[in-house]
Design a protein around this ligand. Structure first.
Ligand SMILES: Cc1cc2nc3c(=O)[nH]c(=O)nc-3n(C[C@H](O)[C@H](O)[C@H](O)COP(=O)(O)OP(=O)(O)OC[C@H]3O[C@@H](n4cnc5c(N)ncnc54)[C@H](O)[C@@H]3O)c2cc1C
Length: 428
């Protein structure tokens, strides 16, 4: 699904405005959601996925180190953040005093420019190895007979036979994978959904943490609801971007390695897991994002924190008075309190207020909030240790859509687990 790497163009990257392309170039095509990602390689099993649920910690660490070496060979930069233990211990203490858990880990940052270069090299390598690519050709059905996979049927009706099939359609294909898995009688565990805002501040406000860790992952439990809120996907010197899922525009963030803005952005995400009888957490999150789109003419909403706290909408004039200059041009100034349920709004405000004691300046009137950001990781398929379906022989699932990963490194590592297993079986 989606075009080849060179053909991937997002109109919003020049205009700032999402035009809702039928296939979103930010998340579809060669390289998937990784092609325009921030290219942060999280070198730990503790974040970015659930591979440790399938393999033991040592095996996951070995895989991560192998995958990292492949990224390096393909052109990822040498520098690794998060290695200064003494400085990290001090940051941990500082965070913990205010009720935040800081999860430090090593990160290699490629940037969206570096990540793209790595993918160009990867593509060239695959071509040399004789891999054939099909673009703009979504898979419609996984074909199964007598508990064994037979191949896949493409949207145009063509059938591609195969003894082994690997499904890894990413977040954009998560809904499709859930419906295919249910049609095929596979057990799908309803996972959690994260809903939140993208926060943008002056880079100086977070520099103490970002210079040492690049991405400070912080966890907080809110006072009123005792909900878990995470500081996620921090982009120092970065910019806010849009992405679209099934015609709904949401926000995300990225940064280049070679040129920086004056701002840092990050997601503040509230994690909620629904229990019986409600199962459709993807739809719940999308409905909230859709509400923001309806109010803002199919664009994300931007609001100054000061306006939100005073119960008034942001206007273009108010945004222009903000000392934080927005890096996403197309967002519509509005009022996020018309969009988020009370619980989410309280969680977000309480966390920002507490975070201000760790990073003074975060709870400023000028802080910009963009909504809605969602992280979909609902479908957790019932898989064996080799990431093969427990009920359908030869059918493997990996990456974000299968609930195995939530980031580049563990998505890549899941591919290696599957690749090695298929190679072993093909070798007899
Ligand atoms: C803006 C942005 C920034 C990010 N920044 C980071 C970061 O800094 N660090 C990090 O670790 N992670 C980051 N991520 C997340 C990361 O990109 C994903 O975790 C990772 O790409 C998941 O890999 P995947 O292979 O599971 O799926 P994807 O990369 O999403 O690839 C799935 C592919 O399958 C295709 N597909 C879907 N359905 C079908 C179908 N029916 N038929 C055929 N093809 C189909 C899609 O078009 C896509 O090309 C970011 C994501 C975004 C959007």
């Amino acid at each position: 699904m989606g075009p080849d790497l060179a053909g991937r163009r997002c109109p919003a990257q020049s205009t700032g405005k999402c035009v809702l392309c039928p296939t979103c170039a930010v998340v579809s095509g060669f390289g998937g959601a990784g092609a325009f990602s921030d290219g942060k390689l999280n070198l730990t099993e503790r974040v970015g996925g659930e591979l440790a649920d399938y393999l033991d910690g040592g095996q996951v660490r070995e895989l991560i180190s192998y995958v990292d070496s492949v990224y390096l060979e393909l052109g990822a930069p040498d520098r690794v953040y998060g290695t200064d233990d003494k400085a990290i211990a001090e940051l941990k203490r500082k965070a913990y005093r205010q009720g935040f858990l800081l999860i430090p880990f090593r990160i290699r940052h490629m940037g969206s420019d570096g990540g793209y270069r790595v993918l160009q090299n990867f593509r060239r390598l695959l071509e040399e190895l004789g891999v054939e690519f099909r673009f703009g050709t979504p898979v419609e059905r996984v074909e199964v007979e007598d508990g064994r996979v037979r191949g896949v049927s493409l949207a145009g009706g063509e059938f591609l036979p195969s003894r082994y099939v690997v499904v890894a359609p990413g977040r954009v294909g998560a809904n499709w994978l859930v419906s295919e898995a249910r049609r095929l009688g596979m057990r799908v565990e309803s996972g959690r959904v994260d809903i939140g805002v993208r926060v943008e501040v002056l880079a100086e406000v977070m520099r103490e943490f970002t210079d040492i860790l690049y991405e400070p992952k912080l966890v907080y439990y809110t006072k009123t609801f005792d909900d878990k809120v995470r500081v996620f996907c921090v982009n120092p010197g970065g910019f806010v971007v849009t992405e679209s899922y099934w015609g709904i525009v949401t926000v995300n963030g990225a940064a280049r390695e070679d040129s920086k803005t004056d701002n840092t952005n990050f997601a503040l995400l509230v994690s909620v897991k629904f229990t019986e009888p409600y199962k459709d957490s993807i739809s719940y999150a999308l409905d909230i994002a859709k509400l923001a789109n309806n109010i803002a003419d199919n664009q994300p909403i931007i609001q100054r924190l000061g306006d939100l706290l005073r119960g008034r909408r942001s206007t273009p004039a108010r945004i222009s008075r903000s000392v934080v200059e927005p890096t996403l041009g197309g967002a519509v100034p509005g009022d996020l309190s018309f969009v988020y349920p009370y619980r989410y709004l309280m969680d977000i405000l309480e966390t920002l207020q507490a975070l201000n004691n760790v990073m003074p300046g975060i709870y400023s009137d000028h802080t910009l909030l963009y909504g809605v950001e969602i992280k979909l990781h609902t479908a957790k398929l019932d898989l064996k240790r080799n990431l093969e379906s427990k009920t359908i022989q030869g059918l493997y699932a990996g990456g974000d859509a299968a609930g195995v990963s939530r980031g580049l490194i563990q998505a890549s590592a899941s591919g290696v687990v599957i690749g090695r297993d298929v190679a072993r079986r093909l070798a007899g």
